[in-house]
Design a protein around this ligand. Structure first.
Ligand SMILES: [Zn+2]
Length: 245
């Protein structure tokens, strides 16, 4: 790797295995560590007893640590789903970003994340729509990389998607609603990638998925309700999937 500006050090983790199935890597999953320090996170991900890992860790200063080779299956996604697939670990590269969860990400750290993401996307031909957060693939179970993460800034650099202007017809909805409008809205969520069945009932699972969608695209209000702005953003994301994926 040609790398003028960012440092990569190696700290091999024993926590990895063979990629399963067709083993094609076409997803990039971003996480935050949720721990007080990058060193503590590194120690945890290199401890065989924890059975967790990621391919890379990016610390607060932008130092990148390689833990698992990209051709191996790291253990970062857990129970997850996207576009009908559930073994996300076999299909993805995972990057952990040091952040306790309630702190802004430093500029130098995000610059390193962007540089690393671009390299991973190029090496594996990962489409923009497959650059996702842990919360996207495991809504209701995970909230990282959190609402402070600058998805919009990354999308401006070609990493991940950002919705354009669009409108979704139908009414605003929330948990407890049911009917055809709900079913159409759920079908749109499933088309984007979330693992849900469009049964026309806006239950707890749909609300969790809407909250995950908001955490990524409308962090100013994360309430699980399909208000007009949330619906229009979903339409904009689907349009971006067609245009940019
Ligand atoms: Zn995570």
């Amino acid at each position: 790797m040609v790398n003028q500006r960012f440092k990569i050090r190696e700290s091999p983790s024993p926590n990895h295995g063979e990629r399963r199935g067709d083993a094609r890597v076409d997803m990039l999953i971003l996480h935050y560590t949720g721990m007080a320090s990058a060193e503590a996170a590194l120690e945890r991900m290199c401890d065989p007893a924890t059975e967790v890992s990621a391919h890379y860790l990016v610390d607060e200063e932008g130092l990148i640590t390689a833990m698992v080779p990209e051709d191996r299956r790291a253990w970062h996604a857990g129970v997850a789903s996207w576009r009908g697939r559930e073994d996300i670990n076999s299909a993805s590269v995972g990057i952990e970003i040091a952040n306790p969860g309630d702190t802004d990400f430093a500029e130098e750290q995000m610059a390193a994340v962007a540089w690393l993401c671009r390299g991973v996307m190029e090496r594996h031909g990962i489409p923009r729509r497959h650059v996702l957060g842990h919360s996207d693939i495991a809504p209701g179970r995970k909230i990282d990389p959190g609402e402070r993460f600058d998805w919009r800034g990354l999308a401006g650099q070609g990493i991940g998607l950002w919705p354009g202007e669009a409108q979704m017809r139908g009414r605003a909805m929330r948990e407890g609603d049911h009917g055809e409008d709900v079913e159409r809205f759920q079908a749109a969520l499933a088309t984007y990638g979330y693992g849900l069945v469009a049964d026309g009932r806006y239950g707890a699972q749909t609300a969790e998925i809407v909250a995950a969608f908001q955490r990524h695209f409308r962090p100013a209000r994360i309430d699980g309700q399909a208000d007009t702005q949330t619906r229009d953003l979903l339409a904009g994301v689907l349009a971006a999937c067609v245009d940019q994926a």
